[in-house]
Design a protein around this ligand. Structure first.
Ligand SMILES: [Mg+2]
Length: 366
């Protein structure tokens, strides 16, 4: 028996089906999603779904497509390993963000500790990443992780600053940053163009400007936006729109280098990016990929294929930021990395474990 709970919150609409989602129950789910197609931000919570078959998955994808056609944003929350695995193996998590739960990661780590720690835990990538970093730190000391991954030299990595406007940008350059990153596609195109033009005027021609659209444009919007922005001199634009072929087409039409970030969450994703061609940069987040050594190997594969690389965090605490620094230093990443993310946290109990950022460079914690 399937029950569907719908709740309209201030910032989002929640849809929580409870019960098995299969051929017998799927029509109720499909109807509920059809009614929610106009929701601006829809959160589908699958925590109370113990089983889902292909009919349920089809209804979920159909509902997401309709919501997106109406310009809505959809996220899926899921803390059942069986369902998370289904969403991963079917490639679903590449078309819609699937939030991992803390409980699921904790459970995977608890199970790993009890199992004798012979193999890294299966399941949430963040848990596998945490277990691997802990193992490396136990063997080599927290300060030996970077070298254990194969880094040579001092382990220093140039970092980009995430800025929003010209004042912000000028400040970051004064602090020593040579690469600035701006989020775009969240406002009208004209506003984005005005803002980036003001940033370029404030910082001069030498500073690298990196944009990240997080798939916020359609293919045609991306072409229009980047045709207008290309004369300002851009290092790369991450995920201008949805789909590798579409990104490649944007690159061809505008000459602006494109980067894959959300599109690379596994080794198989990287294979696809390299096979597609026309992608200039890959952005790797080790804790979403599920491991440090795996991320280093992916960095090196990308380099061999002539693709530039950036390592970033997913706004993590100090320990994982240190892990990301180790990966970036070991690769090494070829472009400035997104490691200066600790300042976005309200509270970080392990801030001291994170890289020290000064003069646009991330260094090993002291
Ligand atoms: Mg990005």
């Amino acid at each position: 028996m399937l029950e569907i709970h719908v709740e309209a919150g201030e910032n989002y609409t929640l849809c929580r089906p409870s019960g098995e989602l299969d051929a017998y129950s799927v029509s109720a789910f499909r109807e509920a999603l059809a009614e929610l197609a106009g929701a601006q931000r829809l959160l589908i919570d699958l925590s109370d779904v113990p089983f889902m078959d292909s009919a349920g998955l089809g209804a979920l994808i159909g509902g997401i497509r309709r919501a997106r056609e109406a310009d809505g944003a959809v996220s899926v929350f899921c803390d059942r390993p069986t369902i998370t695995r289904l969403l991963h193996t079917t490639g679903f998590d590449r078309i819609v963000p699937v939030a991992e739960s803390l409980d699921e990661a904790e459970e995977a780590l608890r199970h790993w500790l009890a199992s004798g720690r012979t193999e890294l835990p299966d399941g949430p990538p963040s848990a596998r990443h945490a277990a691997e970093q802990a193992t490396l730190a136990l063997r080599h000391g927290a300060h030996g992780v970077t070298r254990a991954l194969g880094a040579e030299g001092s382990g220093e990595v140039p970092v980009n600053a995430l800025v929003t406007d010209a004042d912000d940008a000028a400040r970051a350059v004064c602090q020593g940053h040579e690469t600035l990153k701006l989020k775009v596609a969240r406002a009208l195109l004209d506003d984005d163009v005005r803002r980036i033009r003001a940033v370029r005027a404030a910082v001069g021609p030498e500073v690298q400007l990196r944009l990240d659209a997080n798939r916020g444009w359609t293919h045609d919007e991306a072409v229009r936006a980047l045709t207008a922005l290309a004369p300002l001199g851009l290092e790369v634009v991450e995920e201008p729109c949805d789909g590798l072929q579409a990104m490649r087409s944007v690159r061809r039409a505008t000459g602006v280098r494109v980067g894959a970030d959300e599109s690379v969450r596994s080794e198989a994703d990287l294979d696809e990016v390299l096979a597609t061609g026309g992608i200039d940069v890959v952005v790797l987040k080790p804790m979403l990929i599920g491991g440090l050594a795996r991320s280093v190997a992916m960095l090196r594969r990308a380099h061999e294929a002539g693709v530039d690389t950036v390592v970033t965090t997913s706004i993590d605490g100090g320990v994982a930021r240190h892990g990301a620094l180790a990966v970036a230093a070991a690769g090494p990443a070829s472009l400035a990395c997104g490691l200066d993310t600790g300042r976005w946290l309200v509270d970080d109990p392990h801030a001291d474990a994170g890289p020290v950022i000064a003069g646009g460079i991330a260094r090993e914690p002291t």
